[in-house]
Design a protein around this ligand. Structure first.
Ligand code: MSP
Length: 653
């Protein structure tokens, strides 16, 4: 019999900064859903990837002094490493710079143009660069981008347009009926705020930058990143290529998962594109909430990121997965804090789960050596625990259909908590003393082992590493780790191996101080990198792109004289200099040169200053320029100075 298919996707991520636990959120959720559906016998295809074109990436690459491709390659490698670290079982990783994708997007664009759904005209609007979005004035909130709250700029250009307005009726109907977009609150918001006021044709090409897929018949235009990006969901399956096998098998998607800020693109624009191509629509678009940090959305561009590598190295990958899947209420916004993470680790993982497993396996080991046979269950507590255990899989399945990973995890923790209570009620440690007690004990321990096995079998989808450890400890055979096997009791006599604790309790205060120290060290490192703009290796500078004189002209270099200099408190590498540039007021400049210059050596020194560098706060000090240094291959720094005595403020060109 052909297995039911299940196609699930994450958004494809912008490689434009450091990856953080916010980025991990959707991917971990999708991984849990993909794993569950695989265990449930479905033929699963799980897609993720990266969205690599656009002005934002081009600018970030320019700022880093590398080509856009070099820039994204490094971040994509990091992301793939992160997914490996988090045990993500994607079936395909698509990059929008993959040649097959670019070709398919061009074909699609051409097709839509030939159909008349794309036409050429001129555009003027308010553009948000970080979001790559054009807005009408009425859509702005306080004159700023309604998605991210940042400044927008007026942009006018000859462009190609997609006839979104033609699909007004289709989209309105789609969002008015059924549950295409979930949760329902987002559907209403979309309908009332974006669709009902009237859909306007969408600008789908740009001429202001060139890092993108070229319009095949008009090469000065690049295709709008959102058109390029959305089509990943079908080009990854081979749509518009020579081999459409996967597309025929898996499309339409069962669920496109994402956070709420990009629901508009997926629930309005995406179905319109698909309808224009006469393709079936995805079954569901789900917009979950955000992981917030200090009251704001955790995001690469805000810099308030929490490093998932550090957290998973310190507490284990499943602690991070647990936080995402259970502590953040799925669908709503949820806060991240180190304290909440450490507390959840102690109470839910070390206590409720870890303790239950170690107490049970220790008792089985002590009294029987292997899982014992149940004899005559007739106590109330047995019935309750057994009923919860037996109903677990169906409950989880039901919750994941919605889909809601948090309530699915609630169901598992309900069984775990009931099992702990069962231990208190049956007091098994008092039963082992007599032969009669031992008979009862065998049932109690069997029931506990069964409850733990059911939880662990289900947890294979959520906390795979921990689930495997538990099943190994209980000695559960591979054939008894499947969903079908849960309908039968586990084999008697499986040998337990109590081994090490699953999670060792942490001292919360100590742990929080440690995390604080790590965060401090990381921010110092970051500041020093920024402060020592000069601290670049020879290797790094060789990678730089060629620039024209007009690029060099953008940099304003001046001779400065250091009037005063001191060390920056609690920052080993930083010096703060007061520098006269012949202006009305001297400037404050922070530089990462404390290893090579004492503050007193600096005073009176002539230096070369980048005078028009955007001011940046380093260690709370606003640094208003950069001192230029030469660096040796080993990274030793030496300040540049003019060959002859020149007054402060002299231009360097
Ligand atoms: N490239 C677009 C998506 C194109 S899909 C055709 C994009 N990329 S992004 O890198 O900004 O990723 C946004 C997605 O990352 C969110 O929709 C969400 O899935 C995930 N998250 C990023 N930060 C997050 C939080 N702080 N909290 C929860 N999810 C977060 O938009």
């Amino acid at each position: 019999m052909e297995r039911e298919k299940y196609y699930i996707t994450t958004p494809i991520y912008y490689p434009s900064g450091k990856w953080h636990i916010g980025t991990c959120y959707t991917t971990v959720v999708c991984d849990a859903l993909a794993r569950f559906n695989r265990l449930d016998g479905k033929d699963v295809f799980f897609l993720t990837g990266t969205d690599e074109h656009g002005q934002k990436i081009q600018r970030a690459a320019e700022a880093a002094g590398v080509t856009p491709k070099q820039y994204v390659d490094k971040l994509v490698d990091d992301l793939k490493r992160l997914w490996k670290r988090l045990d993500i079982t994607y079936d395909k990783f698509i990059r929008t710079t993959d040649e097959y994708h670019e070709k398919a997007v061009q074909k699609i664009f051409e097709k839509l143009y030939e159909k008349g759904d794309i036409y050429k005209s001129e555009y003027e609007g308010m553009y948000c660069v970080p979001c790559e979005s054009f807005w009408t004035k009425s859509q702005l909130v306080d004159g700023k981008c309604p998605d991210c709250g940042r400044e927008v700029q007026t942009a006018r250009e000859e462009s190609y347009f997609f006839r979104l307005s033609k699909y007004q009726g289709v989209i309105e109907k789609l969002l008015s009926e059924g549950d295409f977009l979930m949760p329902a609150s987002r559907r209403k918001e979309m309908l009332n705020n974006f669709v009902k006021p009237g859909l306007q044709d969408l600008c789908v090409s740009r001429t202001s930058f060139d890092w993108g897929v070229k319009v095949p018949f008009d090469q000065k235009h690049v295709i709008y990143v959102w058109l390029d990006a959305l089509f990943n969901y079908i080009t990854a399956l081979g749509y518009a290529s020579d081999d459409e096998e996967l597309f025929k098998k898996y499309w339409p998607a069962n669920v496109h998962m994402m956070a709420k800020e990009i629901v508009r693109f997926h629930s309005v624009i995406w179905p319109a594109f698909l309808t224009a191509l006469d393709l079936p629509l995805p079954e569901k678009v789900f917009g979950h909430g955000w992981i917030m940090f200090d009251g704001g959305k955790m995001s690469k561009s805000k810099g308030n990121v929490v490093d998932p590598f550090i957290l998973s190295d310190r507490y284990g990958v499943d602690t991070l997965r647990y936080y995402i899947l259970h502590i953040v209420p799925f669908g709503e916004d949820g806060e991240y804090s180190n304290e909440m993470l450490v507390r959840a680790y102690n109470s839910d993982l070390a206590n409720t789960l870890g303790n239950l497993v170690s107490r049970t396996t220790a008792m089985i080991d002590k009294y029987f050596g292997a899982v014992p046979q149940p004899v005559g269950d007739d106590e109330n507590a047995d019935g309750e625990l057994k009923a919860l255990t037996a109903g677990l899989l169906d409950k989880v399945r039901k919750e994941l259909k919605k889909p809601n990973v948090t309530t699915a995890m609630d169901a598992v923790w309900e069984v775990l908590r009931r099992a702990n209570k069962y231990i208190d009620e049956t007091a098994p440690w008092t039963l082992g003393g007599s032969e009669e007690g031992k008979v009862r004990l065998s049932s109690v321990l069997f029931n506990l082992a069964e409850a733990i096995r059911a939880c662990a079998v289900v947890l294979q989808a959520f906390l795979p590493e921990t689930a495997e450890k538990i099943l190994n400890k209980l000695g559960v055979a591979q054939s008894e780790r499947t969903f079908e096997s849960l309908s039968k009791p586990m084999s008697f006599g499986t040998k337990v191996d109590k081994g090490a604790n699953l999670f060792n309790r942490l001292d919360i205060d100590k742990e929080l101080k440690e995390l604080e120290k790590i965060a401090q060290a990381l921010s110092e490192e970051k500041e020093q990198k920024a402060g020592a703009g000069a601290e670049k290796t020879a290797e790094n500078s060789e990678e730089k792109q060629e620039i024209g004189i007009e690029d060099f002209d953008k940099v304003q270099l001046k001779v400065g004289i250091v009037l005063d200099c001191k060390k920056v408190e609690k920052a080993d590498k930083l010096l703060c200099s007061t520098v006269d540039l012949g202006e009305e007021k001297p400037r404050t400049i922070v530089s990462g040169i404390a290893k090579y210059y004492a503050p007193e050596d600096m005073v009176g020194r002539k230096v070369v200053v980048v005078a028009n560098l955007k001011p940046v706060k380093l260690r709370g000090i606003l640094s208003q320029g950069m001192l230029l240094c030469a660096s040796s291959p080993e990274g030793k720094l030496t300040l540049l100075r003019p060959d002859a005595d020149m007054p402060a403020g002299s231009d360097i060109s």
